[in-house]
Design a protein around this ligand. Structure first.
Ligand code: BJ8
Length: 426
C-alpha cells in the first residue's frame, strides 16, 4: 500500500498496525477463496481490483467527494434508502460487518450471545479498522431486530453521528405509515446534513441511478438460471457485496459488462462448473464482505450456488422504485412502496419471504436450499424451521445451517454440506 494511503488512514484515526493485520488476512483469504477459482469471467478482474482497493482508492474517492462538498452516509441495513441520500448530494455506503475483530473488547459491551454481524460492526469501530465508518458524516442505525436496536444504544456512546431510523415490524397500514414518516424524517435529516434540498429533478435522477444498479444485478441473476452456470456463486456474491460500496454508475457499467460476457458463455455452453452440477439456493442472513465462508465450502463440495435469498442478494435488490412520480411527494411514496416489500425476518408474519424462496428455487432451478442462519439471530433461525418444512412439502431438500464468522466449524460444515450435495446428486 502506498504511503499516501497510510497517511490517509492515519488521518482517519485508524489503528495502522491492526489495520495492516486486517488487510493481510483479507488479502490471503481473497487469494485462497477467489483467485484460486477456475474459469472466472474476465470481467471479474474489475471486482478483484475493487477488492484490492476497498480500503484504498475507494476511500480516497469518498474523501475527495467530501472535499468537494458531498457528505457520506454509512448504513448497516437495506432499509436505508440510497435514493434519498443521493438526491440530497450524499453518498451511501455499507459499513463493515462481515468479519470478527477485537472480539474481547466487543464482549465488554455486548453479550457473548449476540450475532456475529452486530459484534463485527462493533469490532470494526473498537478496533479502529473501518475507514468507511470513520469517513461517514452520518451513521444510520435501524430498529430492526432486538439485537441491532439495543446495540445502537451502545454504539451511540462510541460515535457522535449516529442517526437511528425506526422501522415497522408488521406489514399493515400503520406499518406503512410509520415507514413513510421515518423516510420523511430521514429526508429532512440528510437535507440538514448536506445543506441541499431534495428536488423533483434530484430525486428522479437518484431513483434512476439506483434502479440502474438494481437492473444490472437483476440481469446478472437471470443469467444464473443457465446450466452450466456461467459464473460461480462466490463471484456473484462478490458483485452483490460490492453493490454497497462502489460508485453507482461505475458499478452498473461493470456488472453489465460481465453480463455481456456471460451471455456469450451461455451461448457457447461454457460454465464454471460442468453441466448438471447440483444447484443450490442460499437463503437467510446477509453475507457481508468478507464473509465468504459458506459459499467457499459449498462450491468446494461439488455444488454451485445459483442465487442468494438475502439482503446481500435478491431480498435487497429486487423490486425497482417506480420512476413515474412527477413530484417529490409522489416519488417518496414510490420509495415507501418499494422498500415496504423487503421481506426481512423482522416482520411478522412474513409469508412473503417463504413465497420468494420458493419462487427463487423454481426460477434458478435449484436442486436444494441451504438456509444460512447466524448464531443468535432469532428472526432468521426462527423462520428457518417453517421454511424447511414448507420446502420439504414441495420436495425441495433443505439444509439448515447455524454458524458464525469463525472457521472453527468449517470441518463440520463441510461434512454436512458434502452429505447434502451427495443427497442432491442422488
Ligand atoms: S433488512 S436482514 S440488513 S435487518 S443477523 S443483525 S437480523 S440478529 S442483518 Fe438485516 Fe436489514 Fe433485515 Fe436485511 Fe439481527 Fe439477525 Fe444479526 Fe441481522
Amino acid at each position: 500500500m502506498s504511503d499516501a494511503y497510510r497517511s490517509m488512514w492515519k488521518e482517519l484515526g485508524l489503528d495502522l498496525e491492526a489495520h495492516d493485520m486486517l488487510l493481510g488476512v483479507l488479502g490471503n483469504a481473497y487469494q485462497e477463496i477467489y483467485l484460486s477459482q477456475k474459469e472466472r469471467p474476465e470481467g471479474m478482474g474489475y471486482f478483484d481490483f475493487v477488492m484490492s482497493e476497498v480500503h484504498g482508492l475507494r476511500i480516497k474517492e469518498l474523501l475527495d467527494e467530501k472535499a468537494a462538498g458531498r457528505k457520506i452516509v454509512g448504513s448497516y441495513c437495506v432499509f436505508v434508502p440510497e435514493e434519498i441520500a443521493l438526491a440530497a448530494n450524499a453518498t451511501l455506503v455499507g459499513l463493515c460487518s462481515g468479519a470478527d475483530f477485537a472480539t474481547e473488547e466487543v464482549e465488554k459491551l455486548l453479550p457473548r450471545n449476540t450475532c456475529a454481524l452486530i459484534k463485527s460492526a462493533f469490532g470494526f469501530k473498537l478496533g479502529k479498522v473501518c475507514p468507511y465508518l470513520e469517513s461517514a458524516d452520518m451513521i444510520v442505525g435501524e430498529n430492526t431486530c432486538d439485537g441491532k436496536k439495543k446495540a445502537y444504544e451502545s454504539l451511540g456512546h462510541l460515535v457522535d453521528n449516529l442517526y437511528v431510523m425506526d422501522l415497522p415490524q408488521v406489514k399493515s397500514e400503520n406499518g406503512r405509515a410509520l415507514l413513510r414518516a421515518e423516510y420523511f424524517r430521514f429526508k429532512a435529516a440528510v437535507e440538514k446534513l448536506t445543506g441541499s434540498v431534495i428536488t423533483t429533478e434530484s430525486l428522479k435522477a437518484a431513483i434512476q441511478t439506483v434502479n440502474a444498479k438494481r437492473k444490472a444485478i437483476h440481469r446478472l441473476s437471470a443469467l444464473r438460471e443457465a446450466d452450466p452456470a456461467p459464473i460461480s456463486g462466490l463471484d456473484a456474491l462478490l458483485a452483490n457485496q460490492v453493490f454497497f460500496y462502489d460508485n453507482p454508475a461505475r458499478f452498473t457499467a461493470s456488472v453489465n459488462k460481465i453480463c455481456d460476457e456471460l451471455e456469450k458463455r451461455i451461448e457457447a455452453r461454457q460454465g464454471v462448473f460442468p453441466a448438471k452440477t447440483p444447484r443450490i439456493l442460499i437463503s437467510g442472513c446477509p453475507q457481508a464482505v468478507p464473509n465468504w465462508k459458506l459459499p467457499f465450502i459449498v462450491e468446494g463440495s461439488g455444488a454451485v450456488i445459483v442465487g442468494e435469498e438475502s439482503c446481500v442478494g435478491e431480498r435487497g435488490t429486487r423490486n425497482l422504485t417506480s420512476e413515474s412520480g412527477q413530484t417529490v411527494d409522489e416519488m417518496m411514496a414510490a420509495i415507501v412502496d418499494r422498500y415496504f416489500q423487503v421481506d426481512c425476518a423482522i416482520f411478522t408474519p412474513n409469508a412473503e419471504r417463504l413465497a420468494h424462496i420458493e419462487e427463487m428455487a423454481a426460477a434458478y432451478r435449484a436442486d436444494g436450499v441451504i438456509h444460512y442462519g447466524l448464531q443468535f439471530c432469532q428472526p432468521y433461525l426462527m423462520e428457518a424451521i417453517p421454511v424447511e418444512k414448507a420446502l420439504e412439502k414441495k420436495n425441495i431438500p433443505c439444509l439448515r445451517i447455524e454458524t458464525d464468522y469463525s472457521m472453527e466449524d468449517a470441518g463440520q460444515l463441510k461434512t454436512r454440506i458434502e452429505a447434502f450435495v451427495e443427497q442432491l446428486k442422488g
